[in-house]
Design a protein around this ligand. Structure first.
Ligand SMILES: Cc1ncc(COP(=O)(O)O)c(C=O)c1O
Length: 482
Protein backbone atom coordinates (compact mmCIF):
# COMPACT_ATOMS: atom_id res chain seq x y z
CA UNK A 1 0.00 0.00 0.00
CA UNK A 2 1.37 3.43 -0.96
CA UNK A 3 2.18 6.14 1.59
CA UNK A 4 -0.56 8.44 0.42
CA UNK A 5 -3.18 5.71 0.71
CA UNK A 6 -2.03 4.93 4.26
CA UNK A 7 -2.03 8.59 5.20
CA UNK A 8 -5.54 9.04 3.84
CA UNK A 9 -6.83 6.09 5.89
CA UNK A 10 -5.01 7.31 9.00
CA UNK A 11 -6.47 10.77 8.56
CA UNK A 12 -9.99 9.40 8.27
CA UNK A 13 -9.55 7.47 11.50
CA UNK A 14 -8.45 10.62 13.36
CA UNK A 15 -12.03 11.90 13.07
CA UNK A 16 -11.34 15.53 12.11
CA UNK A 17 -14.49 17.53 11.44
CA UNK A 18 -14.29 18.47 7.72
CA UNK A 19 -15.50 22.06 7.44
CA UNK A 20 -14.12 22.25 3.91
CA UNK A 21 -14.60 20.67 0.47
CA UNK A 22 -15.66 18.14 -0.77
CA UNK A 23 -19.33 18.47 0.02
CA UNK A 24 -19.85 14.77 0.80
CA UNK A 25 -18.05 15.45 4.12
CA UNK A 26 -17.06 11.79 4.33
CA UNK A 27 -20.61 11.16 5.58
CA UNK A 28 -20.72 7.41 5.02
CA UNK A 29 -23.75 7.11 7.29
CA UNK A 30 -25.73 9.02 4.69
CA UNK A 31 -23.91 7.93 1.54
CA UNK A 32 -22.78 4.40 2.32
CA UNK A 33 -19.33 2.96 1.67
CA UNK A 34 -19.67 1.71 -1.86
CA UNK A 35 -17.69 4.66 -3.15
CA UNK A 36 -14.44 5.74 -1.43
CA UNK A 37 -15.80 8.85 0.33
CA UNK A 38 -13.69 8.14 3.41
CA UNK A 39 -10.42 8.89 1.68
CA UNK A 40 -11.60 11.52 -0.79
CA UNK A 41 -10.09 14.73 0.57
CA UNK A 42 -8.88 18.06 -0.72
CA UNK A 43 -5.63 19.96 -0.13
CA UNK A 44 -5.69 20.13 3.65
CA UNK A 45 -2.74 20.63 5.98
CA UNK A 46 -0.10 17.91 5.54
CA UNK A 47 -1.38 16.68 2.19
CA UNK A 48 0.69 18.85 -0.15
CA UNK A 49 -0.57 20.65 -3.28
CA UNK A 50 -0.33 19.11 -6.74
CA UNK A 51 0.41 22.46 -8.37
CA UNK A 52 3.20 23.35 -5.89
CA UNK A 53 4.29 19.87 -4.83
CA UNK A 54 6.88 19.73 -2.06
CA UNK A 55 5.74 16.92 0.27
CA UNK A 56 3.80 13.71 -0.13
CA UNK A 57 2.85 14.45 -3.77
CA UNK A 58 6.43 15.43 -4.64
CA UNK A 59 7.46 12.01 -3.26
CA UNK A 60 5.16 10.29 -5.76
CA UNK A 61 6.56 12.40 -8.60
CA UNK A 62 10.07 11.47 -7.47
CA UNK A 63 9.12 7.78 -7.47
CA UNK A 64 7.88 8.18 -11.07
CA UNK A 65 11.12 9.95 -12.00
CA UNK A 66 13.12 7.04 -10.58
CA UNK A 67 10.98 4.30 -12.12
CA UNK A 68 11.05 5.88 -15.60
CA UNK A 69 14.48 7.55 -15.49
CA UNK A 70 13.20 11.03 -16.34
CA UNK A 71 14.68 14.41 -15.45
CA UNK A 72 11.34 15.23 -13.85
CA UNK A 73 7.93 13.56 -13.83
CA UNK A 74 4.59 15.26 -13.26
CA UNK A 75 1.45 13.54 -12.00
CA UNK A 76 -1.62 13.96 -14.23
CA UNK A 77 -5.11 13.40 -12.86
CA UNK A 78 -6.90 14.54 -16.02
CA UNK A 79 -5.48 11.84 -18.27
CA UNK A 80 -2.87 12.17 -20.99
CA UNK A 81 -5.17 14.73 -22.55
CA UNK A 82 -4.12 17.37 -19.99
CA UNK A 83 -0.43 16.47 -20.40
CA UNK A 84 -0.59 16.76 -24.18
CA UNK A 85 -2.25 20.18 -23.99
CA UNK A 86 0.24 21.40 -21.38
CA UNK A 87 3.29 19.80 -23.00
CA UNK A 88 2.63 21.38 -26.39
CA UNK A 89 1.83 24.82 -24.99
CA UNK A 90 4.94 24.78 -22.80
CA UNK A 91 7.12 24.81 -25.93
CA UNK A 92 5.25 26.83 -28.57
CA UNK A 93 4.26 30.46 -28.99
CA UNK A 94 0.95 31.42 -30.53
CA UNK A 95 0.98 30.79 -34.30
CA UNK A 96 4.16 28.65 -34.35
CA UNK A 97 4.79 25.96 -36.92
CA UNK A 98 4.83 22.37 -35.61
CA UNK A 99 5.58 19.05 -37.28
CA UNK A 100 2.75 16.67 -36.39
CA UNK A 101 1.88 13.08 -37.19
CA UNK A 102 -1.52 13.13 -38.90
CA UNK A 103 -2.62 10.10 -36.85
CA UNK A 104 -2.58 12.15 -33.66
CA UNK A 105 -5.17 12.03 -30.90
CA UNK A 106 -7.74 14.82 -30.81
CA UNK A 107 -6.01 16.43 -27.81
CA UNK A 108 -3.10 17.25 -30.17
CA UNK A 109 -5.53 18.88 -32.61
CA UNK A 110 -7.11 20.77 -29.72
CA UNK A 111 -3.65 22.07 -28.77
CA UNK A 112 -3.16 23.15 -32.39
CA UNK A 113 -6.46 24.97 -32.27
CA UNK A 114 -6.08 26.85 -29.02
CA UNK A 115 -2.50 27.88 -29.78
CA UNK A 116 -3.35 28.90 -33.37
CA UNK A 117 -0.55 26.58 -34.56
CA UNK A 118 0.43 25.98 -38.16
CA UNK A 119 0.69 22.17 -38.48
CA UNK A 120 2.91 20.50 -41.06
CA UNK A 121 1.70 16.90 -41.22
CA UNK A 122 3.64 13.66 -41.38
CA UNK A 123 1.73 10.65 -42.65
CA UNK A 124 2.27 7.25 -41.08
CA UNK A 125 2.96 4.32 -43.37
CA UNK A 126 -0.14 2.17 -43.85
CA UNK A 127 0.00 -1.64 -43.92
CA UNK A 128 -1.75 -3.66 -46.62
CA UNK A 129 -4.32 -4.45 -43.89
CA UNK A 130 -5.16 -0.74 -43.65
CA UNK A 131 -3.67 -0.41 -40.16
CA UNK A 132 -1.34 2.56 -39.52
CA UNK A 133 2.32 1.72 -39.15
CA UNK A 134 5.20 3.92 -37.97
CA UNK A 135 6.28 7.46 -38.75
CA UNK A 136 9.41 7.21 -40.86
CA UNK A 137 12.36 9.25 -39.59
CA UNK A 138 13.26 10.18 -43.20
CA UNK A 139 10.01 12.10 -43.38
CA UNK A 140 10.99 14.02 -40.25
CA UNK A 141 14.35 14.96 -41.80
CA UNK A 142 12.73 16.11 -45.06
CA UNK A 143 10.11 18.26 -43.37
CA UNK A 144 12.58 19.84 -40.98
CA UNK A 145 14.87 20.70 -43.90
CA UNK A 146 11.98 22.25 -45.82
CA UNK A 147 10.58 24.18 -42.83
CA UNK A 148 13.35 25.79 -40.84
CA UNK A 149 10.87 27.51 -38.51
CA UNK A 150 9.32 24.35 -36.99
CA UNK A 151 9.31 24.61 -33.18
CA UNK A 152 8.21 21.15 -32.07
CA UNK A 153 7.87 17.60 -33.40
CA UNK A 154 4.79 15.71 -32.18
CA UNK A 155 4.06 12.03 -32.74
CA UNK A 156 2.21 9.08 -31.22
CA UNK A 157 4.19 5.98 -30.32
CA UNK A 158 2.99 3.32 -29.76
CA UNK A 159 -0.25 3.67 -31.68
CA UNK A 160 -3.55 2.33 -30.39
CA UNK A 161 -2.73 -0.87 -32.31
CA UNK A 162 0.76 -1.15 -30.77
CA UNK A 163 3.01 0.08 -33.59
CA UNK A 164 6.13 1.80 -32.25
CA UNK A 165 8.09 4.40 -34.23
CA UNK A 166 11.87 4.69 -34.19
CA UNK A 167 11.78 7.58 -31.72
CA UNK A 168 15.53 7.40 -31.20
CA UNK A 169 16.27 8.26 -34.86
CA UNK A 170 13.53 10.90 -34.93
CA UNK A 171 14.98 12.54 -31.81
CA UNK A 172 18.54 12.52 -33.24
CA UNK A 173 17.29 14.31 -36.34
CA UNK A 174 15.18 16.86 -34.46
CA UNK A 175 17.95 17.59 -31.98
CA UNK A 176 20.35 18.39 -34.83
CA UNK A 177 18.03 21.33 -35.44
CA UNK A 178 17.65 22.01 -31.72
CA UNK A 179 13.96 21.11 -31.90
CA UNK A 180 12.32 19.21 -29.04
CA UNK A 181 10.23 16.06 -29.60
CA UNK A 182 6.97 15.40 -27.77
CA UNK A 183 5.75 11.82 -27.81
CA UNK A 184 2.15 10.92 -27.05
CA UNK A 185 2.91 7.61 -25.35
CA UNK A 186 -0.58 7.30 -23.90
CA UNK A 187 -0.52 3.62 -24.86
CA UNK A 188 3.04 2.91 -23.74
CA UNK A 189 3.41 3.44 -19.98
CA UNK A 190 4.36 -0.26 -19.70
CA UNK A 191 6.99 -0.38 -22.47
CA UNK A 192 9.86 0.49 -20.11
CA UNK A 193 9.27 -2.83 -18.36
CA UNK A 194 8.96 -5.02 -21.46
CA UNK A 195 12.21 -6.86 -22.04
CA UNK A 196 12.73 -6.70 -25.80
CA UNK A 197 11.26 -3.26 -26.50
CA UNK A 198 12.18 -1.19 -23.43
CA UNK A 199 14.81 0.75 -25.40
CA UNK A 200 12.14 1.78 -27.93
CA UNK A 201 10.15 3.51 -25.18
CA UNK A 202 10.16 7.25 -25.96
CA UNK A 203 11.89 8.51 -22.82
CA UNK A 204 14.57 5.84 -23.14
CA UNK A 205 14.89 6.83 -26.79
CA UNK A 206 15.69 10.43 -25.77
CA UNK A 207 12.37 12.27 -26.33
CA UNK A 208 12.05 15.60 -24.52
CA UNK A 209 8.41 15.38 -23.40
CA UNK A 210 6.64 12.05 -22.98
CA UNK A 211 3.05 11.64 -21.87
CA UNK A 212 1.76 8.27 -20.67
CA UNK A 213 -1.68 7.14 -19.54
CA UNK A 214 -1.01 4.84 -16.59
CA UNK A 215 -4.66 3.85 -16.67
CA UNK A 216 -4.50 2.42 -20.19
CA UNK A 217 -1.87 -0.30 -19.77
CA UNK A 218 -0.88 -0.45 -16.08
CA UNK A 219 -2.80 -1.16 -12.86
CA UNK A 220 -4.00 2.35 -12.15
CA UNK A 221 -7.37 4.11 -11.95
CA UNK A 222 -8.95 5.75 -14.99
CA UNK A 223 -7.64 9.30 -15.69
CA UNK A 224 -4.25 8.70 -14.06
CA UNK A 225 -1.27 9.59 -16.23
CA UNK A 226 2.27 10.99 -16.16
CA UNK A 227 4.18 13.64 -18.05
CA UNK A 228 7.97 13.16 -18.12
CA UNK A 229 10.66 15.48 -19.36
CA UNK A 230 14.28 14.85 -20.26
CA UNK A 231 17.19 16.96 -21.54
CA UNK A 232 17.54 20.74 -21.62
CA UNK A 233 15.25 21.78 -24.46
CA UNK A 234 12.17 21.98 -22.26
CA UNK A 235 11.81 24.14 -19.17
CA UNK A 236 10.34 22.50 -16.06
CA UNK A 237 8.75 25.75 -14.92
CA UNK A 238 6.90 26.13 -18.25
CA UNK A 239 5.41 22.66 -17.87
CA UNK A 240 4.32 23.41 -14.27
CA UNK A 241 2.65 26.63 -15.35
CA UNK A 242 0.79 25.01 -18.23
CA UNK A 243 -0.33 22.11 -16.06
CA UNK A 244 -1.83 24.61 -13.64
CA UNK A 245 -3.92 25.85 -16.59
CA UNK A 246 -5.01 22.50 -18.03
CA UNK A 247 -5.37 20.42 -14.86
CA UNK A 248 -8.05 20.74 -12.26
CA UNK A 249 -7.30 22.81 -9.17
CA UNK A 250 -9.06 20.09 -7.13
CA UNK A 251 -7.06 16.96 -7.94
CA UNK A 252 -8.43 13.68 -6.65
CA UNK A 253 -6.31 12.19 -3.87
CA UNK A 254 -7.75 8.80 -4.72
CA UNK A 255 -6.30 9.08 -8.21
CA UNK A 256 -2.95 10.28 -6.87
CA UNK A 257 -2.87 7.41 -4.37
CA UNK A 258 -3.59 5.06 -7.25
CA UNK A 259 -0.59 6.42 -9.17
CA UNK A 260 1.63 5.81 -6.15
CA UNK A 261 0.29 2.31 -5.69
CA UNK A 262 0.89 1.54 -9.36
CA UNK A 263 4.51 2.75 -9.10
CA UNK A 264 5.00 0.77 -5.88
CA UNK A 265 3.73 -2.42 -7.49
CA UNK A 266 6.10 -1.93 -10.42
CA UNK A 267 9.03 -1.25 -8.10
CA UNK A 268 8.38 -4.14 -5.76
CA UNK A 269 6.96 -6.84 -8.06
CA UNK A 270 7.39 -5.44 -11.57
CA UNK A 271 10.10 -7.85 -12.67
CA UNK A 272 8.14 -10.98 -11.91
CA UNK A 273 4.82 -9.58 -13.08
CA UNK A 274 6.25 -8.49 -16.44
CA UNK A 275 8.09 -11.78 -16.84
CA UNK A 276 4.86 -13.68 -16.31
CA UNK A 277 2.97 -11.29 -18.59
CA UNK A 278 5.47 -11.68 -21.40
CA UNK A 279 5.47 -15.47 -20.99
CA UNK A 280 1.68 -15.41 -21.29
CA UNK A 281 1.88 -13.26 -24.41
CA UNK A 282 4.45 -15.62 -25.92
CA UNK A 283 2.16 -18.55 -25.26
CA UNK A 284 -0.84 -16.73 -26.73
CA UNK A 285 0.98 -15.66 -29.90
CA UNK A 286 2.44 -19.12 -30.44
CA UNK A 287 -0.94 -20.77 -30.08
CA UNK A 288 -2.67 -18.29 -32.39
CA UNK A 289 -0.22 -19.00 -35.21
CA UNK A 290 -2.41 -22.03 -35.92
CA UNK A 291 -5.56 -20.04 -36.58
CA UNK A 292 -6.63 -20.39 -40.19
CA UNK A 293 -9.00 -17.50 -40.74
CA UNK A 294 -8.41 -15.02 -37.97
CA UNK A 295 -4.87 -13.67 -37.94
CA UNK A 296 -3.03 -11.83 -35.18
CA UNK A 297 -1.10 -8.73 -36.26
CA UNK A 298 1.76 -9.42 -33.84
CA UNK A 299 2.45 -12.73 -35.60
CA UNK A 300 2.61 -11.11 -39.01
CA UNK A 301 3.92 -7.59 -38.59
CA UNK A 302 6.94 -6.71 -40.70
CA UNK A 303 9.03 -5.18 -37.93
CA UNK A 304 8.55 -7.16 -34.72
CA UNK A 305 11.21 -5.13 -32.91
CA UNK A 306 8.96 -2.10 -33.07
CA UNK A 307 5.73 -3.67 -31.95
CA UNK A 308 3.99 -4.00 -28.58
CA UNK A 309 2.61 -7.54 -28.35
CA UNK A 310 0.44 -6.42 -25.45
CA UNK A 311 -1.99 -5.11 -28.06
CA UNK A 312 -3.71 -8.14 -29.53
CA UNK A 313 -4.97 -7.03 -32.93
CA UNK A 314 -7.19 -9.79 -34.35
CA UNK A 315 -7.34 -9.33 -38.09
CA UNK A 316 -10.43 -10.48 -39.94
CA UNK A 317 -9.44 -9.48 -43.48
CA UNK A 318 -8.77 -13.11 -44.45
CA UNK A 319 -11.94 -14.34 -42.76
CA UNK A 320 -15.50 -13.99 -43.91
CA UNK A 321 -16.33 -11.69 -41.03
CA UNK A 322 -15.75 -8.06 -40.06
CA UNK A 323 -14.01 -6.83 -36.93
CA UNK A 324 -17.36 -5.49 -35.75
CA UNK A 325 -18.99 -8.90 -36.15
CA UNK A 326 -16.13 -10.55 -34.29
CA UNK A 327 -16.41 -8.19 -31.33
CA UNK A 328 -20.18 -8.88 -31.14
CA UNK A 329 -19.69 -12.68 -31.22
CA UNK A 330 -17.06 -12.49 -28.48
CA UNK A 331 -19.37 -10.37 -26.34
CA UNK A 332 -22.53 -12.36 -26.93
CA UNK A 333 -21.30 -15.95 -27.05
CA UNK A 334 -18.18 -15.83 -24.87
CA UNK A 335 -18.74 -12.86 -22.54
CA UNK A 336 -15.45 -11.35 -23.63
CA UNK A 337 -15.43 -7.59 -24.14
CA UNK A 338 -12.71 -6.20 -26.43
CA UNK A 339 -11.40 -2.64 -26.57
CA UNK A 340 -12.58 -1.74 -30.06
CA UNK A 341 -13.22 -2.98 -33.56
CA UNK A 342 -12.93 -1.78 -37.13
CA UNK A 343 -13.94 -3.24 -40.48
CA UNK A 344 -10.87 -5.45 -40.75
CA UNK A 345 -9.84 -6.07 -37.16
CA UNK A 346 -10.71 -6.05 -33.49
CA UNK A 347 -8.38 -5.07 -30.66
CA UNK A 348 -7.92 -6.75 -27.28
CA UNK A 349 -5.91 -4.84 -24.70
CA UNK A 350 -3.88 -6.76 -22.15
CA UNK A 351 -1.79 -5.94 -19.09
CA UNK A 352 0.14 -7.49 -16.20
CA UNK A 353 -3.24 -7.88 -14.49
CA UNK A 354 -4.35 -10.50 -17.01
CA UNK A 355 -3.84 -14.01 -15.70
CA UNK A 356 -2.87 -16.97 -17.87
CA UNK A 357 -6.52 -18.02 -17.53
CA UNK A 358 -7.61 -14.76 -19.21
CA UNK A 359 -5.30 -15.41 -22.14
CA UNK A 360 -6.53 -19.01 -22.40
CA UNK A 361 -10.14 -17.91 -22.34
CA UNK A 362 -9.61 -15.48 -25.20
CA UNK A 363 -7.51 -18.03 -27.07
CA UNK A 364 -10.14 -20.77 -26.76
CA UNK A 365 -12.87 -18.42 -27.92
CA UNK A 366 -10.81 -17.41 -30.96
CA UNK A 367 -10.02 -21.05 -31.78
CA UNK A 368 -13.68 -21.90 -31.54
CA UNK A 369 -14.74 -19.01 -33.77
CA UNK A 370 -11.92 -19.80 -36.20
CA UNK A 371 -13.10 -23.43 -36.51
CA UNK A 372 -16.65 -22.33 -37.16
CA UNK A 373 -15.45 -19.86 -39.79
CA UNK A 374 -13.41 -22.62 -41.42
CA UNK A 375 -16.51 -24.82 -41.76
CA UNK A 376 -18.63 -21.92 -43.02
CA UNK A 377 -15.98 -20.89 -45.50
CA UNK A 378 -15.87 -24.35 -46.98
CA UNK A 379 -19.61 -24.25 -47.57
CA UNK A 380 -19.65 -20.64 -48.65
CA UNK A 381 -20.19 -19.65 -52.26
CA UNK A 382 -16.76 -18.49 -53.26
CA UNK A 383 -18.09 -15.57 -55.29
CA UNK A 384 -19.63 -14.06 -52.18
CA UNK A 385 -16.36 -14.39 -50.33
CA UNK A 386 -14.46 -12.73 -53.14
CA UNK A 387 -16.95 -9.89 -53.15
CA UNK A 388 -16.59 -9.30 -49.41
CA UNK A 389 -12.83 -9.34 -49.65
CA UNK A 390 -12.75 -6.92 -52.54
CA UNK A 391 -15.07 -4.57 -50.63
CA UNK A 392 -12.72 -4.74 -47.67
CA UNK A 393 -9.68 -4.07 -49.83
CA UNK A 394 -11.26 -0.98 -51.30
CA UNK A 395 -11.25 0.51 -47.84
CA UNK A 396 -7.49 0.57 -47.96
CA UNK A 397 -7.47 3.26 -50.64
CA UNK A 398 -5.13 5.99 -49.45
CA UNK A 399 -6.58 9.48 -49.09
CA UNK A 400 -4.46 12.46 -50.03
CA UNK A 401 -3.89 15.04 -47.31
CA UNK A 402 -6.67 17.65 -47.82
CA UNK A 403 -5.69 21.15 -48.94
CA UNK A 404 -5.54 23.63 -46.07
CA UNK A 405 -7.27 26.94 -46.79
CA UNK A 406 -7.38 28.58 -43.33
CA UNK A 407 -6.20 27.56 -39.84
CA UNK A 408 -8.21 25.29 -37.56
CA UNK A 409 -8.78 28.19 -35.17
CA UNK A 410 -9.91 30.56 -37.94
CA UNK A 411 -12.34 27.97 -39.25
CA UNK A 412 -13.79 27.15 -35.83
CA UNK A 413 -14.29 30.82 -34.99
CA UNK A 414 -15.84 31.69 -38.36
CA UNK A 415 -19.56 32.29 -37.82
CA UNK A 416 -20.38 32.70 -41.49
CA UNK A 417 -21.23 29.04 -41.91
CA UNK A 418 -23.97 26.61 -42.84
CA UNK A 419 -24.84 22.92 -42.57
CA UNK A 420 -25.16 20.89 -45.75
CA UNK A 421 -25.26 17.24 -46.74
CA UNK A 422 -21.70 15.93 -47.09
CA UNK A 423 -22.18 14.90 -50.73
CA UNK A 424 -23.02 18.50 -51.76
CA UNK A 425 -19.84 19.93 -50.33
CA UNK A 426 -17.09 19.48 -52.90
CA UNK A 427 -14.77 22.50 -52.75
CA UNK A 428 -16.15 23.85 -49.43
CA UNK A 429 -14.01 24.64 -46.39
CA UNK A 430 -14.96 22.43 -43.47
CA UNK A 431 -15.71 23.96 -40.08
CA UNK A 432 -15.69 20.52 -38.53
CA UNK A 433 -13.50 17.51 -37.97
CA UNK A 434 -14.66 14.36 -39.70
CA UNK A 435 -13.33 11.21 -38.06
CA UNK A 436 -13.85 7.53 -38.65
CA UNK A 437 -14.12 5.52 -35.47
CA UNK A 438 -11.91 3.84 -34.65
CA UNK A 439 -9.16 4.96 -34.58
CA UNK A 440 -10.34 8.57 -34.65
CA UNK A 441 -7.80 10.03 -37.04
CA UNK A 442 -9.35 12.99 -38.84
CA UNK A 443 -10.24 12.57 -42.50
CA UNK A 444 -10.41 16.34 -42.54
CA UNK A 445 -9.84 19.11 -40.00
CA UNK A 446 -11.55 22.50 -39.78
CA UNK A 447 -10.06 24.87 -42.37
CA UNK A 448 -9.38 22.12 -44.95
CA UNK A 449 -11.12 21.78 -48.29
CA UNK A 450 -13.58 18.93 -48.91
CA UNK A 451 -12.57 17.13 -52.10
CA UNK A 452 -14.48 14.82 -54.42
CA UNK A 453 -12.25 11.94 -53.26
CA UNK A 454 -13.08 12.65 -49.63
CA UNK A 455 -16.81 12.52 -50.39
CA UNK A 456 -16.29 9.18 -52.16
CA UNK A 457 -14.25 7.91 -49.24
CA UNK A 458 -16.95 8.92 -46.76
CA UNK A 459 -19.48 7.09 -48.91
CA UNK A 460 -17.28 4.02 -48.86
CA UNK A 461 -17.01 4.11 -45.08
CA UNK A 462 -20.74 4.65 -44.76
CA UNK A 463 -21.55 1.71 -47.00
CA UNK A 464 -19.30 -0.48 -44.87
CA UNK A 465 -21.08 0.56 -41.66
CA UNK A 466 -18.00 2.27 -40.30
CA UNK A 467 -18.95 4.91 -37.81
CA UNK A 468 -18.37 8.47 -38.98
CA UNK A 469 -18.24 11.18 -36.37
CA UNK A 470 -18.15 14.92 -36.78
CA UNK A 471 -17.52 17.78 -34.37
CA UNK A 472 -21.18 18.75 -34.09
CA UNK A 473 -22.55 15.19 -34.43
CA UNK A 474 -24.99 16.05 -37.24
CA UNK A 475 -23.58 13.73 -39.90
CA UNK A 476 -24.57 13.34 -42.80
CA UNK A 477 -24.80 17.12 -42.44
CA UNK A 478 -21.50 18.92 -42.05
CA UNK A 479 -20.93 22.58 -41.17
CA UNK A 480 -18.88 24.47 -43.75
CA UNK A 481 -17.74 28.06 -44.20
CA UNK A 482 -20.09 29.92 -46.58
C1 LIG B 1 -3.16 7.99 -28.72
C2 LIG B 1 -3.89 8.63 -27.57
N1 LIG B 1 -3.39 9.74 -27.02
C3 LIG B 1 -4.00 10.36 -25.98
C4 LIG B 1 -5.16 9.87 -25.46
C5 LIG B 1 -5.80 10.56 -24.30
O1 LIG B 1 -5.56 9.85 -23.15
P1 LIG B 1 -6.43 10.01 -21.82
O2 LIG B 1 -7.68 9.25 -22.03
O3 LIG B 1 -5.56 9.45 -20.75
O4 LIG B 1 -6.67 11.48 -21.64
C6 LIG B 1 -5.72 8.71 -26.01
C7 LIG B 1 -7.00 8.18 -25.49
O5 LIG B 1 -7.59 7.26 -25.96
C8 LIG B 1 -5.08 8.07 -27.10
O6 LIG B 1 -5.58 6.95 -27.66
Amino acid sequence: MGNLQEKLEEYYNKDYLPMHMPGHKRNVKLLGEKLPYKIDITEIDGFDDLHHASGIIKNIEDKAKKVYGSKRSFILVNGSTSGILAGIRSVVNFGDKVLVARNSHKSVYNAIEINGLDPIYMLPKIGSDGIDRNIDSKQVEEKLKENKDIKLVILTSPTYEGVISDVSSIVSIAHKYNIPVLVDEAHGAHLTFMENICDKEALNAGADIVIQSLHKTLPSLTETALLHIKGDLVKEENISRELSIFETSSPSYILMASIEECLDIIESKGKELFKEYQDNLKYFYNETKRLKNLKILGNEIENKNYYDLGKIVIKTDKANITGKELICILRKDYKIELEMSSINYALAMTSICDSKENFKRLLNALKDIDNKLEKENKNEIKEQEKKTNSEKKELNIKLQLPKKEISILEAIKNENSEFKNYNELEGSISKEYIWVYPPGIPLITPGEVISKELIKKIEEFKNSNIEIRTTFDKFPKIEVIK
